[in-house]
Design a protein around this ligand. Structure first.
Ligand code: FB9
Length: 497
C-alpha cells in the first residue's frame, strides 16, 4: 500500500485534471521536497501517475527584505530616529541602528533630512519634511504577497540591487493520472519469497520490473596493505630473474642459524640483548645437525679452511638461545646448508622477503621490526663483479640505473659493499642496500664444494614503500595508528621495470 501521504496525493490527482507538486505542498501543508519524495515512491510502483517536470521562477524576500517588512526600511528607521522638534548630532544618529549609515544616505537622497554643518560640536541632522512614505517597505510587502508585477521594472531592479529580493527557481512536477491510476496502490514486490511460492500468494502480487542495467552492490572486501603491494612487485622482479622464494615462515630462530652459521662471533655486539630480542620460552633450541655444529664450533674457536677463526671458547649454550631472527640471512644459511647436503651441487638463485626484528632505537623511519628483502646466488667462481652485475640488473628493474658501491663490513661477507643510488628528487646519493660475498668460514663448514661462492644482497621493504607512497613517518605505514582509509585508498604499486 502507498503510505498516507501517497494516498493524499493520489486523491488530489484524482480530483484535478492536473496538479503541481508545489500546489499539493501548499494544500497539505507539507515541505515540497517531502511531496517530491512521495511522488517518486508512487512512480516506483508502476504507471500510477504521470509526471512532467516544471521549472517555475518566483521572487522571495531575503533576510534583509524580511527586516524591512518587520521594522521598515533603513532610511525610514533613521528618519524616525531624528526628533520631530529639533535635531540630533550626526555621530549620535549613526549609533541608533546597525544600518544607520546606509539609512542616513538613503534618507538624505530622498530629501527627508537636512544637515546643519555649522552647529557647534559637529554636524546636526534635522527633519526636512514632517512625514514620509516608506516605499521600500511597501514594495517588499508587495513581493512577499506575490504581486511583484505591480512594481515598476526600474524599482524592481533597485530592490534586487539592494539585495532585498532574490529570484528562486523551483523545480516541480505536474501530476496527471497514469494508465494504472488507482486511489489505492500496493507497493511493488521486489523479492519472490519461498512463502509466496508455497502459499501461491505471488499470484495476487505486483512485482517490480527487473532492472538489468542496475549496477551490482560493491562487495565489502579487504584491501592490500601498501607493504604487501610493494612486496608483490619485488617478488615479481625476483621471479622474472629466475629466483626461487625461500621458506621464511619462522620468526623464531636459534642463535646458531642466525649468527653462528654465519661465522658471527658469540661476543659480537649484535648478539647482545640490546640489539636482539631473545625468547624467554622456549629459551633454547634443541635440534641441530650435530656434525655441522661441530664444524661451526671448530671454525669459530680454532679456525680452519684457511682461516685462523675467531679464537675464542665457543659455547653451545650461547648457540642454543632462541631469538626473533634479526635478518633473513638466517634462512639463507639454512637453505645453503640444505643445498650442501645434496649428492651433487647445482647453482641456485634464492630470494626472501619477510619480517625481521631488531631491538634498536626507534625513530621516524625505524621500528623494532622491518621486512628484509634478500637475494642469494650460489655457483662456482662467482666474484664481486658478478655481484655488481646482478645488483645492476635487480635495481634496473626498480628504475634505478645510477648505482655506486662503497666498501663496508659484515661479519659474514667479505668483501662487503653498501649500495647507493642517486635520488633525482633529493639530488643526492642515498643508501639503498647492503651486499657481499659470503665468507668461506660460513660456506665450507656447511659442506659446499671448494670453488662454490655465494653472493648476496639485502634491502628493506619499508624504505621503498615509504618513498613510493610518499609516507614520511613509518608509523603512518605500520602499527596501530595506521589510517585504514589510506590502506583502502592507496593506488596499485608499479615499480619501474
Ligand atoms: O633498504 C634500504 N634503503 C632503501 C632501499 C630502497 C629504496 O628505494 C628504492 C626505490 C627502490 C630506498 C632506500 N636500506 C637498507 C638502506 C637504509 O635505508 C638503511 O638506513 C636501513 N637499512 C635496514 C637495516 O637497518 C638496520 C635497510 C635495511 C637493510 C640493511 C641491510 C640489509 C638488509 C636490509 C642487508 C643485507 C645483506 C648483506 C649481505 C648479504 C646478505 C644480506
Amino acid at each position: 500500500m502507498a503510505d498516507a501521504l501517497g494516498v493524499e496525493i493520489l486523491k488530489l490527482v484524482n480530483e484535478n485534471e492536473a496538479i503541481d507538486t508545489v500546489k499539493i505542498a501548499s494544500i497539505l501543508g507539507k515541505d515540497h521536497q517531502q511531496i517530491v519524495g512521495a511522488v517518486n515512491s508512487l512512480k516506483s510502483v508502476g504507471d500510477v501517475i504521470q509526471t512532467e517536470q516544471l521549472s517555475n521562477k518566483h521572487w522571495e524576500l531575503t533576510k534583509e527584505g524580511k527586516l524591512f517588512v518587520e521594522h521598515g526600511s533603513h532610511e525610514a528607521c533613521v528618519y524616525e530616529a531624528v526628533p520631530s522638534d529639533g535635531g540630533i548630532k550626526q555621530a549620535d544618529l549613526m549609533k541608533t541602528s546597525p544600518n544607520a549609515k546606509i539609512g542616513f544616505s538613503k534618507a538624505m537622497s530622498a530629501g527627508w533630512l537636512i544637515m546643519d554643518k555649522t552647529a557647534e560640536g559637529g554636524p546636526v541632522v534635522k527633519r526636512k519634511v514632517s512625514s514620509i512614505e516608506d516605499k521600500a517597505k511597501s514594495q517588499v510587502m508587495l513581493v512577499q504577497a506575490g504581486q511583484i508585477s505591480n512594481i515598476p521594472e526600474k524599482e524592481c531592479k533597485e530592490l534586487k540591487k539592494r539585495k532585498l529580493i532574490v529570484e528562486v527557481v523551483v523545480k516541480s512536477f505536474k501530476l496527471t493520472k497514469g494508465s494504472d491510476f488507482s486511489l489505492s496502490v500496493s507497493k511493488l514486490e521486489t523479492d519472490l519469497t519461498p512463502e509466496m511460492i508455497s502459499s501461491g500468494s505471488w499470484k495476487e502480487k505486483n512485482f517490480k520490473a527487473y532492472n538489468f542495467n542496475a549496477m551490482g552492490v560493491m562487495p565489502v572486501s579487504g584491501h592490500l596493505h601498501p607493504l604487501m603491494k610493494v612486496r608483490a612487485e619485488f617478488r615479481q622482479i625476483f621471479l622474472e630473474m629466475g629466483f626461487t622464494e625461500m621458506p621464511t615462515n619462522n620468526y623464531v630462530e636459534s642463535s646458531f642459524w642466525n649468527f653462528d652459521a654465519l661465522f658471527q662471533p658469540q661476543q659480537h655486539p649484535a648478539r647482545d640483548a640490546h640489539d636482539t630480542f631473545f625468547i624467554q620460552d622456549p629459551m633454547y633450541a634443541t635440534e641441530f645437525p650435530m656434525e655441522y655444529l661441530e664444524r661451526v664450533k671448530k671454525v669459530h674457536s680454532e679456525g680452519g679452511f684457511g682461516s685462523q677463526g675467531h679464537k675464542y671458547d665457543w659455547s653451545i649454550e650461547e648457540a642454543k638461545k632462541n631469538l626473533l631472527r634479526t635478518h633473513t640471512t638466517a634462512v639463507s644459511a639454512r637453505m645453503l646448508y640444505k643445498l650442501a647436503q645434496l649428492e651433487e651441487f647445482h647453482p641456485v638463485k634464492y630470494f626472501s622477503i619477510d619480517r625481521v626484528f631488531r631491538n634498536e632505537t626507534l625513530d621516524a623511519t625505524h621500528l623494532a621490526e622491518f621486512h628484509q628483502i634478500e637475494g642469494v646466488v650460489a655457483d662456482y667462481n662467482l666474484a664481486l663483479a658478478d655481484l655488481i652485475g646482478v645488483l645492476h640488473a635487480f635495481f634496473k628493474k626498480l628504475g634505478i640505473e645510477k648505482l655506486r658501491f662503497k666498501p663496508a663490513f659484515n661479519p659474514y661477507t667479505e668483501p662487503s659493499m653498501e649500495i647507493f643510488s642517486y635520488h633525482e628528487g633529493l639530488k643526492k646519493w642515498v643508501e639503498v642496500g647492503n651486499s657481499g660475498v659470503f665468507r668461506p668460514e660460513m660456506l665450507l663448514p656447511m659442506g659446499l664444494p671448494e670453488g662454490v661462492s655465494v653472493i648476496a644482497w639485502g634491502l628493506s621493504l619499508e624504505r621503498p614503500t615509504m618513498i613510493k607512497y610518499g609516507i614520511d613517518n613509518i608509523r603512518e605505514l605500520v602499527g596501530h595508528k595506521v589510517n585504514l582509509q589510506m590502506v583502502q585508498e592507496n593506488g596499485i604499486c608499479r615499480l619501474d621495470k
